[in-house]
Design a protein around this ligand. Structure first.
Ligand code: GAF
Length: 392
């Protein structure tokens, strides 16, 4: 019995029909490119969100969160844009989006138990949506876990839950990562066409034939809380839309990096020029990172991580002091490269480190935070995990 099943039995008085889980993610590179039809390179985290579920005959949704220690009831007929508010929007929103797609969706009793840190930029909301989406797919016989094309449709429903019900105007990277990633691989996703490639990314302390073996990906949750529906993220989306409109293209993906300077010169102000420069150069960095990984050139991967961070900090202006300090400390302790990951304005950074430099890096980051009187950060090594599935 999984911990979520035990809690479910206690709270709802009957065992769940099953338990499903979905991972959080880190994005290796390709930040703020998904809503510009660009390329992204996320990998699933080993940390997962579990949803123990039993179907109901009526249209009531009862959700218990082990972390919040609370049970909330939602009538599915009342779900829609902006309703319900708070974390239940991610659960109710998925059922709402599936019903909108024409699926016969009924009520559920759901117990949520999560290992993905909340507010850390590691996609806890997408993990929740995708775990519930996976459960709904199996329990209502929707077949949306059957293959990658069906999973992409489920990801799209989870994105609508986030955009329309929770009111966060995000792109689709996080839900795609949670539903499409494979263990020991990063996911190269073309957000324009939906095309995917699974790029080997085997991390670990030992020697191995894979390029990344002998190296560690260290995640640092800075504990500087980030939020995607406080207006800043939406402002960046609006700037990109304004830049592409001014350039007469359907999205910034259409701007050729080779003619970037000429395109930037056609934009009306410096802010739009910097936002567009980040997006166009970041898409090119994703391609370069995949090529470097395939060639086993980790020094180049590290250099691209560093360049990406600088671009997000100076041109896109979505970093913060805690992210910059964690990245600098990791680099000084021997990281090949380091960058913020996810939406920014707080959240987490990643650093690619030789295995023998990890302890020094963790200590250096902790010390840099202590010296500034900040909350202690949480640093942990991760490997590339598996996508959403049924556990029990
Ligand atoms: C957040 C969003 F949810 C993603 O869609 C993506 O835009 C990311 O920020 C930035 O790359 O995680």
């Amino acid at each position: 019995m999984t911990p979520a099943s035990g809690i479910h039995l206690e709270v709802f008085g009957r065992p769940p029909k099953g338990v499903w889980s979905a991972p959080g993610r880190v994005n290796l590179i390709g930040e703020h490119t998904d809503y510009n039809d660009g390329l992204v390179l996320p990998m699933a985290l080993p940390q997962r969100t579990y949803a123990a579920c039993s179907p109901r005959a009526d249209r009531l949704l009862r959700v218990h969160s082990a972390q919040a220690g609370a049970t909330v009831e939602v009538d599915l007929a009342s779900v829609g844009p902006g309703s319900p508010a708070g974390w239940t929007a991610y659960v109710a929103g998925v059922l709402w989006a599936l019903a909108q797609d024409g699926h016969d969706v009924r009520g559920l009793d759901v117990t949520v138990d999560s290992e993905v840190p909340v507010g850390a930029g590691l996609s806890s909301s997408a993990a929740l949506e995708c775990a519930v989406g996976a459960a709904a797919s199996d329990l209502f016989g929707l077949g949306l876990l059957a293959d990658d094309a069906s999973r992409a449709r489920l990801a799209a429903a989870c994105v609508r839950a986030e955009n329309d019900v929770a009111g966060a105007p995000t792109g689709g990277m996080d839900q795609s990562a949670s539903l499409l990633c494979r263990a020991d691989h990063a996911l190269l996703l073309d957000c324009r066409t939906g095309a995917t490639e699974h790029v080997p990314f085997v991390l670990g302390g030992g020697e191995g034939s894979d390029a990344v073996a002998g190296h560690v990906l260290l995640v640092t949750d800075t504990r500087a809380e980030h939020s995607l529906n406080d207006g800043q993220y939406a402002q960046r989306v609006a700037s990109c839309d304004a830049a592409s409109a001014a350039l007469g293209v359907s999205s910034l993906r259409d701007v050729d990096p080779r003619g970037l300077e000429a395109s930037l010169a056609a934009l009306p102000d410096d802010v739009l020029r910097r936002r567009a420069r980040h997006v166009v150069t970041e898409i090119a960095r994703v391609q370069a990172t995949v090529a470097a990984l395939r060639e086993g050139d980790l020094a180049e991967v590290g250099r691209l991580f560093d360049e990406s961070h600088t671009s997000l900090r100076d041109d896109y202006e979505v970093s913060c002091a805690e992210l910059d300090v964690s990245v600098e400390a990791a680099r000084s302790a021997g990281a090949l490269g380091a960058r913020m990951t996810g939406g920014g304005f707080g959240g987490s950074s990643i650093a690619l480190l030789p295995a023998d430099a990890v302890d020094t890096a963790v200590a250096a980051i902790a010390q840099a935070f202590a010296e500034r009187g900040w909350h202690a950060p949480a640093s942990f090594a991760v490997t590339a995990g598996d996508s959403a599935h049924r556990d029990a």
